[in-house]
Structures are given as structure tokens and as C-alpha cells.
Design a protein around this ligand. Structure first.
Ligand code: MN
Ligand code: MN
Length: 461
């Protein structure tokens, strides 16, 4: 009669543990290779092609059983398996995001002060800015040269590379300048400046000798000139690698697990769907979630309509809006995103009876938002209970979760943008400690359980 929940690690044997560890070795490799949304798309596209997926844009028709993908401007990737059933019956969607909080370079970033060369940044997404001081940072992104040639940069990841650092102030001298500042201002936005050079040119009359030396190096190595920065898209991310946490290696710490943990597990899930599906399956990886899902690569944009229209057109040998509307209205989705897990030191921010715990399985979140559920999808009981029966039938360990106590804070996901298109949607994901920090912690048990849950959902929902 009474509902009880337990730690998933208690129920597993040695074989399960080996499966979990093996899966998470691959997961960590992915995290290290995909620290930006562009890199995540590149990795997933390679994996998709290796698993028999074809670019839908190159096809004139799609037939049941076909595996296809769409790549949106290198920042979204969407994988489909065409089902045998009429697409009007709906699609099973698993949707997650591949952008993570970070620092972007300003458009005119480079300057010299006190004979150091620095880059100005503008943070992206919700970060505690002080966490980005005094840690090793890497530079990732794209620069277009004046002739239009694209240069892709990844500097600070291999052991031979230099890294970059945002210097903090020593405690000895910090009390007046930083002592009274609030958390969000310990390092202010305009203070997040990256040290990138210190050796001046030998030319006597160079006023900005260090800046000039950096420009000479960039020009020699990549053909870059200062004006090329103005149109570039360069992201600063932690340079450290994903690592196991604890003597027992039960946890993973890494940058960017929000939300690449759900992206990776959902992509692996669609690859591992066994039988040719009755319904059409879709794993949709979106961008710009951390800044409100705006733009043509965010889920408030029309890319999902673009994909669905093209897919239905090629599958049905023609398109009509009725089929499209029925399809969306009959679809089911997991908005797969991370949630806050209880941190033993800061328990007071949670209602423990409704909070996610590490290693307790997939989190199912009926509503997000803040205040009186403002800005939330608030999944209906019909759909939630259907998923409860599905996951229980397939022995998936799951827990309910709410982001903190009432009026403690809040946050949102892409769930509402799917729901407003008619798709039945619930948030489902993985608990995280230290979300949005440069080194987020998840449980390997939960990572693997999320993967298993996504397979069950795709195959059976
Ligand atoms: Mn997220
Ligand atoms: Mn987030």
C-alpha cells in the first residue's frame, strides 16, 4: 500500500554493474569529444551514419523501416525511424538539448592591458560566474576568414595544448573589492576576461606588443586577422575531462551533462531499438534551450515543423496539413532534461519527499516553472499514469521530482514548446548535483537507467 523508493545500486548484481560501467566509459568519451552544440551534432552525425542513418535531405522518398536524419545548420540533429503505421497515429519523440551554459567571446574580444593579452567574454545561460575563475579553459568554435574560408578551432583539449584562464583576485587583497559582493557578482560579467598571452613582439615601437604577438601567432597558425573575430562564434568551456567520482566509481563528473546526458542516452536508445517499429520514432536534439529556446535552432523555432513536413511529404508521397496536425496531436514525448538531485550539504532547498535523488532512477517531472507553476507544461494525469504503467511493466526504476521547494526558485525546459504543438509531453531525465557548474555530477546508475527507459519508451509508447 505504501509507496517506498530505494537506491538503485542496492538492486544490481555484478553483471549489471559491468553493463553500467561499460556504457558510461562510452558516455565519458562522448562528453570529452562534444563540448559544444556544434561538436555534439558532428559526433551524433558520425554515429548515425555508422548506424545506417541517411541524410533525409538527399532522399526523394522515405519508406517504413528507413532510418534518416536532419542536420539544421550544424546545431540541431534529428533522427527518425519510419514506422509501419500511418504517421497520423503520431510519433514517439525523445527531445533533449545539446547547448550548455558557457562563456562566449564578445564580437570584438581582443585587447592588451598591463602587458597581458586578454579576451572579453559574454556568458551564455545561467551560470555562477565565480565558478569560471581560476580553472583551465579551452576555446572551441568557428572563425570565417575574410575570403569566407571556415576555420574550426579546438584549443586547450589535448595535453600538448596551452589552456586559458580567467584570473581571480587573491584572498589577501579581496576583502574590500569582493568581500561584500553577492554570489552572482563575486566575479562580474565584465570581469570574466581570459588571459591568452604574455610575450610581446621584439619590435620597439609596438604599443600593444603582446596583443600583436598573439595576432601574429593566430595569423601564422590559422590565417586569422583581428577583423575575423567580429563574425566568429567562439565558446569558452572547461578544458578538463569527464572523470569517475568516488572510490566505488559510481558517479561521473563532467562539464556539459546538462543536457548531453539525455542527448547521448536517447541517441544510443534509438540505435538499440530492436524490432522495426510500428510507430515512427524520433530523437530530436535542440539548441538554445539555456537561453530560452529562441532562434532558428531552438525549439521555439520552426525546425520541428520543417522536419515533420518534409518527413511526411516523403513518407506519404505528398503532404497535407490534416495529416500533420493529426500526427502532432497524437504524438507522445519525453522532454528529456536533467533535474536537481538532493545535495547532502544543501538539503534545505528541497522538499525531500518530492526531490530527485542520485541513483534512484529516471526522474519524471509533472511540472517545472516557478511560483505557481508559472511557465510550466504541467503534464496531464492520463499521460503520466500511462508512462507509469509502461515503465513499471518493463522494470524501469523511476522517481518523481520537483525542482526545489515551493517558491524556492525554479526553471523551465523545452516541454512547453512541444506541448503547445499538441504533443503529450512530460519531463523525464537524470538527477544532477551542481547543475550548470563547470563540473556537474550524475550517477552512472541513472545514466544507464535513462538509456533503458528511452529504449522502452521508443519501442512501446
Ligand atoms: Mn537542461
Ligand atoms: Mn540547463
Amino acid at each position: 500500500m505504501e509507496y517506498k523508493r530505494t537506491n538503485g545500486y542496492k538492486d544490481i548484481d555484478k553483471k549489471n554493474m559491468n553493463d553500467i560501467q561499460k556504457f558510461c566509459e562510452d558516455y565519458k568519451k562522448f562528453l570529452n569529444a562534444a563540448k559544444t552544440e556544434r561538436e555534439a551534432v558532428n559526433e551524433f552525425e558520425k554515429m548515425a551514419i555508422a548506424n545506417g542513418y541517411k541524410n533525409a535531405e538527399d532522399m526523394s522518398m522515405i519508406k517504413p523501416g528507413d532510418k534518416v536524419y536532419y542536420n539544421n545548420r550544424g546545431k540541431n540533429i534529428v533522427l527518425f525511424i519510419a514506422g509501419k503505421e500511418d504517421i497520423e497515429k503520431g510519433v514517439n519523440f525523445v527531445v533533449s538539448h545539446i547547448d550548455s551554459p558557457r562563456l562566449d567571446l564578445k564580437q570584438s574580444p581582443l585587447y592588451e592591458d598591463e602587458e597581458l593579452a586578454l579576451l572579453k567574454t559574454h556568458y551564455y545561460g545561467g551560470i555562477k560566474k565565480y565558478q569560471w575563475g581560476s580553472i583551465p579553459l579551452a576555446l572551441h568554435g568557428v572563425v570565417f576568414l575574410k575570403d569566407g574560408k571556415k576555420v574550426e578551432l579546438t584549443i586547450g583539449e589535448s595535453d600538448e595544448d596551452p589552456i586559458f584562464v580567467i584570473g581571480d583576485l587573491l584572498p589577501h587583497l579581496a576583502s574590500k573589492v569582493q568581500g561584500e559582493r553577492k554570489t552572482r557578482e563575486v566575479l562580474k560579467g565584465e570581469e570574466l576576461r581570459l588571459i591568452i598571452g604574455s610575450v610581446p613582439t621584439k619590435t620597439k615601437d609596438d604599443k600593444n606588443g603582446v596583443k600583436m604577438a598573439v595576432l601574429e601567432k593566430l595569423n601564422a597558425d590559422y590565417g586569422i586577422e583581428e577583423e575575423d573575430f567580429l563574425t566568429a562564434e567562439l565558446e569558452i568551456v572547461p578544458s578538463f575531462k569527464a572523470r569517475d567520482v568516488g572510490f566505488d566509481r559510481g558517479l561521473v563528473a563532467s562539464y556539459g551533462q546538462d543536457d548531453r546526458v539525455c542527448a547521448y542516452t536517447s541517441v544510443r536508445a534509438i540505435f538499440d531499438v530492436k524490432k522495426a517499429p510500428k510507430k515512427t520514432l524520433c530523437v530530436f536534439l535542440t539548441d538554445k534551450e539555456e537561453i530560452g529556446s529562441n532562434g532558428s535552432t531552438g525549439l521555439q523555432g520552426q525546425f520541428i515543423e520543417y522536419c515533420m513536413t518534409d518527413f511526411i511529404y516523403k513518407l506519404n508521397g505528398g503532404f497535407n496539413q490534416v495529416a500533420m496536425s493529426r500526427c502532432m496531436w497524437n504524438s507522445k514525448a519525453l522532454s528529456s532534461d536533467v533535474d536537481a538531485a538532493v545535495h547532502p550539504v544543501f538539503k534545505e532547498v528541497h522538499d525531500l519527499q518530492n526531490a530527485a535523488r542520485l541513483s534512484y532512477g529516471l526522474t519524471l517531472v509533472k511540472f517545472t516553472g516557478s511560483g505557481g507553476k508559472s511557465g510550466s507544461n504541467d503534464c496531464d494525469s492520463e499521460y503520466f499514469s500511462e508512462l507509469r504503467r509502461l515503465f513499471n511493466k518493463h522494470d524501469i526504476k523511476w522517481q518523481v521530482s520537483e525542482l526545489g521547494k515551493v517558491d524556492e526558485g525554479g526553471g523551465g525546459t523545452i516541454a512547453k514548446y512541444l506541448a503547445q504543438r499538441g504533443v503529450r509531453t512530460i519531463d523525464a531525465g537524470v538527477g544532477v548535483i551542481g547543475m550548470h557548474s563547470p563540473f556537474e555530477i550524475t550517477s552512472k546508475y541513472d545514466v544507464y537507467e535513462a538509456y533503458k527507459a528511452y529504449v522502452v519508451f521508443l519501442e512501446n509508447a
